[in-house]
Design a protein around this ligand. Sequence first.
Ligand SMILES: Nc1ncnc2c1ncn2[C@@H]1O[C@H](COP(=O)(O)OP(=O)(O)OP(=O)(O)O)[C@@H](O)[C@H]1O
Length: 234
Amino acid sequence: MGRHSERGRRALGGPRAAPAPGSARIVDVRDVSVRYGDVAALRAVSLSARAGDFVAVTGHSGAGKTTLVNAVAGIVELASGEIDLGDGPGSLREPGAVAIIPQGNGLASVLTAYENVLAPLRARGYAPADAAERARAALVSVGLGESGTHLVEELSGGQQQRAAVARALAIEAAVLLADEPTSELDHDNRERILDLLRARADAGGSVLMTTHDPEAAERADRVIELDDGEVVGS
Ligand SMILES: Nc1ncnc2c1ncn2[C@@H]1O[C@H](COP(=O)(O)OP(=O)(O)OP(=O)(O)O)[C@@H](O)[C@H]1O
């Protein structure tokens, strides 16, 4: 049976230089296989991301991209293999260490965009005023400064996707998992979101993004291609 080991928490600070080539692996996926009944969704997949890395995962529909993201997030069980997160004593499995922009956004449609961004901050223990400021700033960063008071169900698909990005970015997690975060966006908004993911990596985060979009993948430091659950290019 595979397991998620809990190796360490990395303190994140302000802007930082690009990581040295030898710096620690923050996401380390080794020989991971995942099955859904008879379906082998991942087959002995290995990949890693260091602090400062922006890694794109591409592949056709059904290749296993979402399964990979969910495996790293710890929300699907591994049939075999290991996933380590972090590079020091402590745990990157504690709340706030990993943020996810899930496929389909995962927003609560009967809350406002602002409330959706605020709730995880409050749940992670940010004081009310700090949480409110972070939520507002995150919404502004994705271009939703004016739309935060709208219910999610009143927003367009692209606005909802940007709200989901804001919700994940606001947490300032060491690991940011982004599952097709630009699939609903026009060119300018796609570039805005990719800039934010790039900035998160440049600030010391590890960003793992799935995408069907070759231009989005080009913005990453490294592209890993999955086919039928296997890594076929990197
Ligand atoms: N909950 C599930 N139960 C059974 N099979 C599943 C489940 N989730 C995914 N699969 C199967 O696992 C394989 C990988 O699916 P996954 O969603 O990871 O692919 P993907 O590359 O993210 O696809 P897409 O680009 O369409 O989102 C597919 O064959 C899919 O049908």
